[in-house]
Design a binder for this molecule. Sequence first.
Ligand SMILES: Nc1c(NC[C@H](O)[C@H](O)[C@H](O)CO)[nH]c(=O)[nH]c1=O
Ligand SMILES: CC(=O)[C@@H](O)COP(=O)(O)O
Length: 184
Amino acid sequence: MAKDPTHTTSTSTERLPQGCRIAVVASTYHGELVDTMKGSARAVLEAAGLDRDDWLEVAVPGAYELPLVARRLALRDDVDAVLCFGLVLRGDTDHDRYISTTVATRLMDAAFEADTPILFGVLTPNNVGQARRRARTEADGGLDKGREVARAAIGVLAALERARTIGRGDKRSGSSKKSGGSKK
Ligand SMILES: Nc1c(NC[C@H](O)[C@H](O)[C@H](O)CO)[nH]c(=O)[nH]c1=O
Ligand SMILES: CC(=O)[C@@H](O)COP(=O)(O)O
């Protein structure tokens, strides 16, 4: 399949810091494609050094249930990032848009509240064909959303670490803080 520039994923080869713990919330609604994304994400993270025991997985009934459980996991001190997987398919009414808009907003709210990255692996396709194309792995001819989410988790954790340490130890270290600190 030709690569669509709007669906290009980073090819980051960064590794996860040792001891990193990743929590995963995945809906059982449209479970087959959700599981495909989850499996791809897990493979990427384990290849990046994630210990099998540091993948903590929780199932929820539908995408609408993702934010509350993701928030609970993100608030734990021993969880470094939360990956959320779901698939909200366009229906005949506005129902799907209420779900997807609320989920996207609430997941970011929870990330801010917990000061922990929460990754958005929730597809919102217009039809099953679009869903399959996005969920399937590259090896299976798809756009591999699960891989993208895993790579984004690695990338944002590295960025947060850099944001925590950059400029430390230079001539201004020890001066007063300009802004509030972080839990990590
Ligand atoms: N239609 C989809 C749903 N609907 C179920 C809701 O997510 C929720 O479980 C229910 O409203 C009870 O609170 N869920 C999906 O994940 N995807 C859909 O397409
Ligand atoms: C998004 C849904 O839950 C879905 O089942 C609702 O579909 P519809 O908009 O056709 O009622």
